[in-house]
Design a protein around this ligand. Structure first.
Ligand code: AP5
Ligand code: MG
Length: 213
């Protein structure tokens, strides 16, 4: 199964993608998580990506495409994958369609998690993330059992540097300009599905399971 998650920053793509990956035993591939791991490890890619991410801008397509095409060559991708945060521009979507077409393959569906901009800032300000395993929580909507500690791996939680309110506004603007057009792109491809992302986490997942059934 090959799935793309669409939605604004903070819509819950990562939260749902992790649940899909666990339920359907496919890898969860988040370009944002891969960039953050590179920043943490001080790689050249991480240094380049950080300058864009900290401003709420997209990392250039060449860097992102090289990274994801390399990831697709890993053996776990044979079972399919759930893509979270990729594609994010029409050029990335076209490159993905073309790469799949070359092997006679295609995506199964693109799931748009719909959340209005008004809800996004409060979600981001309460988000806490685990840099060790990518776990994502919210101090009110999705709290950990022990404050500040990741339920999944016991790592320390932190606030993402791009979750400052001004940066969130910029990310929303960039989303509307560059990523929202993908909704029409996948509608035209006939594989777009939408879910109401304002429901609680378990209900959003139930809606996704109904789509994938
Ligand atoms: P990325 O890491 O992909 O960030 P994003 O798209 O801005 O999305 P987020 O991870 O912030 O939100 P999410 O939708 O995953 O929501 P989450 O589940 O955490 O990208 C970061 C940066 O990397 C980009 O700005 C860009 O610079 C760069 N980048 C990445 N990919 C790129 C690409 N392809 N091309 C170019 N640049 C790229 O949920 C948010 C919060 O809400 C959490 O606290 C969560 O617990 C809570 N929550 C989740 N669901 C619910 C619910 N149903 N109700 C209440 N709260 C909820
Ligand atoms: Mg995410």
């Amino acid at each position: 199964m090959k799935i793309v998650m669409l939605g604004a920053p903070g819509a819950g793509k990562g939260t749902q993608a992790k649940m899909i990956a666990a339920a359907y035993e496919i890898p969860h591939i988040s370009t944002g998580d891969i960039f953050r791991a590179n920043i943490k490890n001080g790689t050249e890619l991480g240094k380049k990506a950080k300058t864009y991410m900290d401003q709420g801008l997209l990392v250039p397509d060449e860097l992102t495409l090289a990274l994801i095409m390399d990831r697709f060559t890993e053996p776990d991708c044979e079972k399919g994958y759930v893509l979270d945060g990729f594609p994010r521009t029409i050029a990335q979507a076209e490159a993905l369609t073309e790469a799949l077409r070359e092997t006679g393959d295609s995506l199964d569906c693109a799931i748009d998690v719909e959340v209005p901009d008004e809800d996004i800032v409060s979600r981001m300000s309460g988000r806490r993330a685990c840099l060790a395993c990518g776990g994502t929580y919210h101090i009110v909507f999705n709290p950990t059992k022990k404050e500040g500690i990741c339920d999944a791996c016991g790592g320390a939680l932190s606030i993402r540097p791009d979750d400052m309110p001004e940066t969130v506004q910029k990310r929303l603007q960039v989303y509307h300009e560059q990523t929202q057009p993908l909704i029409d792109y996948y509608k035209r491809e006939g594989i777009l599905k939408s879910v109401d992302g304002t429901q609680e986490v378990g209900k959003v997942f139930a809606s996704i399971q109904a789509i994938l059934a």
